[in-house]
Design a protein. Structure first.
Length: 100
């Protein structure tokens, strides 16, 4: 009996530090067939000294990179700051589902 071919989703995860790796590990445990792409945005953070507009710009750029350059079909925003301050900008920047 043959198994039908199931396409593996490509999931992009980004965070301003290493916490996103924990999220990525949990995702891969739930979806072991998934292809994953991860991006840590640490060089542009910490965010305490940055404006909301700057955070939104960095987050949208990161999202576009994961989708356009790395082929992510879904995005998981593992960064609390980006989720709280830039979710709308991220969703407007990319044509894929965004989970925060």
């Amino acid at each position: 009996m043959s198994t039908p071919f199931v396409q593996s989703p490509s999931i992009g995860v980004f965070d301003s530090g290493f916490g996103g790796l924990t999220v990525l590990r949990a995702l891969l445990n739930l979806l072991p067939q998934a292809n994953s792409v991860s991006l840590a945005t640490r060089p542009v953070f910490p965010t305490a000294s940055k404006s909301r507009r700057t955070i939104a710009r960095y987050a949208a750029e990161s999202a576009r990179f994961l989708v356009e350059e790395q082929g992510a079909e879904y995005l998981v925003i593992a960064c609390n700051t980006a989720s709280a301050l830039a979710l709308d900008a991220i969703q407007e920047a990319v044509p894929v589902p965004v989970l925060a």
